[in-house]
Structures are given as structure tokens and as C-alpha cells.
Design a protein around this ligand. Sequence first.
Ligand code: SF4
Ligand code: SF4
Length: 493
Amino acid sequence: MVQNPIFAYVTKHLNTHKEKMEAQNQPIKDTEEYRDHIATIDDRGKRAWIRPKKPSGRYTKWRTIVSWILLAFFFITPLIKINGNPLLLLNIFERKFIIFGILFPPQDFHLLVLAMLTGIVFIILFTVVYGRIFCGWVCPQTVFMEMVFRKIEYLIDGDYKAQKKLAEAPMSSKKFFKRLLKHTVFIVLSIIVINTFVAYIIGIENVRKIALEPIGQNFGPFMAMILFSAAFYFIFSWFREQVCIVACPYGRLQGVMLDKNSVVVAYDNVRGEPRGKKSKKAPIEGEPVMGDCIDCKLCVAVCPTGIDIRDGTQLECVNCTACMDECDTVMDKIGRPRGLIRYDSLKGIEEGKKKIFTTRVKAYTGVLSALLVLVSFLLLSRSDVELLVLRARGTLYNKVDETHINNLYNYEIINKTTRSFPVEMEIEGDFGRIEYVGGNPPDSIREGVTKGTFFIIVENEKVKDRKTDIKIRISSNGELIDKANTTFIGPYR
Ligand code: SF4
Ligand code: SF4
């Protein structure tokens, strides 16, 4: 039976610990106990509120910088226009997608699907190699929770001890004011975030309309914005880390994506155990030689999901690096090298070597490269205008006069830009001429699909076969923009 690598890691880690303790005739701690519950639910089955210690250190500093960049991108992007188009628009209702100012109409949906597939393979590959780094550094849930909402909470309620004291204190004017201030800020922030988020779907102009016009004119969208804002406020003021622990599907997939070579936030049990307070006296012979972990539990206090990383890699760990920073500070204080909790793999900790390019990683890299080449090719060969010409169903040729016959065609011109421009269509080679039904050619095409019908009229003597392959060219101001293949049906010869 193939054993889950996380389970294998924990078991092995515990066995190593057990062997060391047994060898030293020390009582063995029941470190398996953490499996029986999750940190956010207490013994009575009620929510146990996690109030993590405010993190600080080099990783927290870098994560803060990355978060500010991501937040700036999130709030500024809907305001940026390229050639009159938004930088990013994902209008699922009208099936209109604009990415980096380029319009992807429904006809290009296959490109979006391929791009999404490539993104999924990239995330899998990234997770196999670097574990859950995405969760800790760029996931919107972590960025908003740890870098925005939690920071506001530290600012208003203080650090974890002050928060606990405030929560346990009876209601007073001070507590009421703090709660009112915090939740008012949370609600305003939720409304701002949801308005920005919706701007990615319906465009900033429509969001402005909903916000500024009388409610009755946009009652449905207005109510939707209120509901989304309420849901966002609920998630970040109450549900919080439960999203990562019980709701996020990516988190649930860690068990199958990680292996013993994946780099995760890991506690070095080889170096850290047996844990315990250090004696300043020289070790007496026969007494256990303690590991570097002084069992201060600060790595637990700082964890936003309430776990003890010393129990091994767990699904609740979002790789936020807070415990790494906290433990580094402890190591600095006791004069031991940093990195007792660090980015490393199970193999790296046990054998002291990291192997990144495993067979699995090579296979995923191959698939990802192939997908990237395909998406790049399709994107580069994508034309702004697409012409489709189909002979009208169920029709054959018609006799126009003694010397000419015709065929009837339907055409579609798909303009993938947001501009209008003039076009002309012609038959390639000296084969015949186009006559539009209704008389008028499509002199200017606008964003979207322009449809119409035309006849192709050909001299009898030019039709040599029952079926002749022909090409229709579409140009704008004399410049060829696309070609369409079709056939012309003539009489049996
Ligand atoms: S912070 Fe470091 S030293 Fe303190 S309990 Fe955690 S692992 Fe041990
Ligand atoms: S164990 Fe460490 S890295 Fe994982 S969530 Fe807790 S503090 Fe963050």
C-alpha cells in the first residue's frame, strides 16, 4: 500500500522522537494527540477563537512587501485602460473577457480554457516542488486576512494577550467602542473590496453607476453588491482561518500533491528533539542531551491556524512563515543557528539533501512546457478579425442568365477588437464576383459579430468541376486581415 507522504513524515518523525526518548529512558509525550481535534474547535464542539501573536521577522517583512504590491495591483487594475479597454475584465455574464487590454470574444473561449489548464498545471507543479508557498505569499485569503484585517485588529485591539483580555472582559464603554470601531472599519473595507472585485466583472463604469445612481435603477445589482459585501465581511470577521482549514479545495489537495521532496515550512526534529528547557550547567553523563527546541511554544502562539508545526506537516499549515520568524528570534536569543523551523523537505531534514527535480517534477514540467508552447502559438497566431463563409444549407447553383450561375453564402465577420473599421471582401483569383443580398456590403464592422448573406456569381465557362474550392479574402484599407475557405457548386460536367 502506498503511504501518504505527510502521514509517513509524521510517523517517522514521531518514531525518531520515540526512539531517542526510549534510548534515554525518558517518558514519551503523547504527540499523536493533535490528530484527535482541530485547533479551532474546543472540547465542547464550539469555535475556539484563534488569536495569534503578532508576527515579526525577515519573512514577515518580505511577505508584507509582496502583499502591498498585490493589493496595489488589485485596487489599481480596474482603473487602468489600454486603447479604451480595461486592463482586465472577466465578464462571465456577457462572455466578454479582456486580458491585458486584448479582447477575447466567445469564439476564443478555447484559448481561455487552455490558459486556465496551463495555470492549473503550473500551480500543481509549483506545489509539488515548493509546497504551499502560494497560500502563504499570494493567496487573496491570506493576504486580506493576515495583512489587512489582522493588522487592523492588532492596531485596534492590541497583540494576542490584549485581544484575549478584551474578549474575556465584560462589556464596557471601552470594549464597546473598540468593537464598534473595528467592525465599522471591517464593513467599510468589505464594501470597498467587493466594489473593486465586481469592477473586474462588469467594469468600473458600471460599478460607479450602481454606486451613484438611485437604487431603484439598479436594484438587482445593488442588492448583489450588498450580499457579496456581507459575505466578505462574514468571512474575514468571523469565518477566517476556517476557509483554509475546511473550505479551500486547494488546501484539501495538499495530501496528494506533496511528497517527501516538496519544500514546506518544516520543523527540524532531528536538530530540535528532545525538546525542553536548556540547563546552563554542563551536561551530566547519562542525562539526555537536549535538542535546540526549548519548548517555548512561541511557534504555536504565532500560528494563525493554531497548529503546532513540531507535530509535522499538517493540512492546516498555510505556510505563512510566522513560526519560522518566531523561532529564528528564539534561536538568536539562545545563541543557536536560525532555521530550526525553515523551508525544507522531509528528505532535506532527514538526509540533509534536497532533490528538486524528481521524476514527477520532470513529467509536470514537460506537460507545462508543451501547454505554454501551445498557448503562446495560439495567442501569437490569433487574428483580430475572423471571417467565416458557409454555403447556404440545402442549396445548389442557380442560373442567373445564359452565361452565369451563382451560389448563395452566409458570412460572419468576428471583430475581436473594440474598434470599428471598414472592410472589403473579394474572391481570391479571377473566379467571379460577390453580390450582397440587399445590395450593401458591410462597409464598417463593429465589436462582435457582423452577419450577412451574399451570392457569388461566376461565368459558366470558369466552372470546370462540380465542386470548386475557393477562398474569400477580407481586407481593411487594402490590408489583408483574414481568409475563409469555401466551395462553389456547379453543374455536372
Ligand atoms: S519557537 Fe522554536 S524553540 Fe520555541 S517551541 Fe517552537 S520550535 Fe521550539
Ligand atoms: S505552522 Fe507556521 S507556517 Fe504553518 S500556518 Fe502555522 S505559523 Fe504559518
